[in-house]
Design a protein around this ligand. Structure first.
Ligand code: PEP
Ligand code: MN
Length: 336
C-alpha cells in the first residue's frame, strides 16, 4: 500500500499517521519528491483499512499496489532514481559508461586498459576477479589478488571500480569496491541479494539468462528491502531460440522497465551479442531506447584474452565508439 501525503503536511500530523501505521506492525518507507511525500507501507497491509486511513488529515491518496515489488516500483517513487558513485551519477538524465576487461589478468593489463578507457571518456572501470564460468576448467579469475590489482588501477586512474561478487563468503574483500556486480547467474541467489542489501555500496544487478522483468525487479526488491536503495539494473541479453549470437539483447526491456521502475538501466551489449562487431550498433540502439548507461568489455589484446576475447573491443575501437556514444547521448537528450 502506498500513501501519498498532503503537500505541506505538518510534522505533528505526520507523526500521528506514523504512529497509526507502525502500531499495526508495518514499516514505512518514505520517498521525498520535490513536491510530494510518498510512504510505502511494508508488511501485512491487510491490517490497514483503506477507507479509514484515507480520511486521515495527512493523507491525500491511498493506493493498493498489486505488483509484488513495491520499493522498486515507479508508483512508489515517480521520479527517476539517480545512483551516485564517487561523485559520478547514473540515472535521471545522467549517462555513464563502464568499461574494462572481462577479467583482471595481470597488473600491466588492467592498468593499461584502465588508462585507455579513462582517456576515451569512460566513467567507471570494470574487471572480474571472481568469474562465473560455464566450465570448471576455464580461467576462474585471480580472486583476492585480482581485486588488489583492480584497486591499483583505481588508484592510478581514479576511476571508480565495478566488479562481480559471487559468494557471500567473499563479501569482506569487497569493502573498497565502488559498485558490486551481481551477475546474471546469481540474479536469484537470494542469500547473496540479502547480504548486499545490508550494504550501502551501489549494486549492478544483471538480468538472469532466462528471467522476466518482474523477476529482475523482485531481485532488486530483495536488495532494497534490506536497506540498500542504490540498485542499477542491467540487461545483458537473454536466451531465445536464436543461435547466431550468444544471447538476444532485449531492447524492449528499456522502455518497459522505465515504466515499471524508477531504477536506472544499464545495457551490456558485449555479453548480449558475444560478438565484437555488434557492440557498436547495440550500444547506439540502447541509447536511442533510453538506457542510462552502457557496460562494454575492452581488452588490450583481445586475441589473447583469458575470457570473452571475441566480444572485447580493442582500446582503439572503444575510443572510436565513445565518440559516437557521446554524440548519440547528446542527440537523444535534445530529442526527448
Ligand atoms: C560479466 O559481466 O563479466 C559477466 C560474467 O556477465 P553476466 O553475468 O551478464 O554473464
Ligand atoms: Mn565477460
Amino acid at each position: 500500500m502506498i500513501l501519498i501525503l498532503n503537500q505541506n503536511v505538518s510534522e505533528e500530523l505526520k507523526n500521528d499517521l506514523r504512529k497509526e501505521v507502525t502500531s499495526k506492525g508495518l514499516k514505512i518507507h518514505e520517498s521525498q519528491g520535490e513536491k510530494t511525500t510518498i510512504w510505502g507501507l511494508v508488511g501485512d497491509t491487510t491490517r490497514i483499512d483503506e477507507d479509514q486511513i484515507g480520511i486521515h488529515p495527512a493523507v491525500s491518496e491511498v493506493k493498493r499496489i498489486q505488483k509484488p515489488y513495491k520499493l522498486a516500483s515507479r508508483e512508489m517513487h515517480p521520479e527517476d532514481s539517480v545512483v551516485e558513485i564517487c561523485g559520478r551519477k547514473i540515472g535521471g538524465g545522467h549517462f555513464d559508461v563502464i568499461a574494462g576487461p572481462c577479467s583482471i589478468e595481470t597488473k600491466e593489463q588492467i592498468i593499461e586498459v584502465a588508462n585507455d578507457v579513462k582517456n576515451s571518456g569512460a566513467g567507471l572501470l570494470r574487471g572480474g576477479a571472481f568469474k562465473p564460468r560455464t566450465s570448471p576448467y576455464s580461467f576462474q579469475g585471480l580472486h583476492g589478488q585480482g581485486l588488489e590489482l583492480l584497486l591499483e588501477a583505481k588508484k592510478a586512474t581514479r576511476l571508480p571500480i565495478v566488479t562481480e561478487l559471487m559468494s557471500t563468503s567473499h563479501i569482506e574483500l569487497f569493502g573498497d569496491v565502488d559498485v558490486i556486480q551481481i551477475g546474471a547467474r546469481n540474479m536469484q541467489n537470494f542469500e547473496l541479494l540479502k547480504e548486499v542489501g545490508k550494504l550501502k555500496t551501489p549494486i549492478l544487478l544483471k538480468r538472469g539468462l532466462a528471467n522476466t522483468l518482474d523477476e529482475l525487479l523482485m531481485s532488486a526488491e530483495y536488495i532494497m528491502a534490506g536497506g540498500n536503495e542504490n540498485v542499477i539494473l542491467c540487461e545483458r541479453g537473454i536466451r531465445t531460440f536464436e543461435t547466431s549470437m550468444r544471447n538476444t539483447l532485449d531492447l524492449s526491456a528499456i522502455p518497459m522497465l522505465k515504466k515499471k521502475t524508477h531504477l536506472p538501466i544499464v545495457i551490456d551489449p558485449s555479453h548480449a551479442a558475444g560478438l565484437r562487431w555488434m557492440v557498436e550498433p547495440l550500444s547506439l540502439a540502447a541509447i536511442a531506447a533510453g538506457a542510462d548507461g552502457l557496460m562494454i568489455e575492452v581488452h588490450n589484446n583481445p586475441e589473447k584474452a583469458l575470457c570473452d576475447g571475441a566480444q572485447s573491443l580493442t582500446p582503439a575501437d572503444f575510443d572510436a565508439l565513445m565518440k559516437k556514444i557521446q554524440k548519440s547521448v547528446e542527440f537523444f537528450r535534445e530529442l526527448r
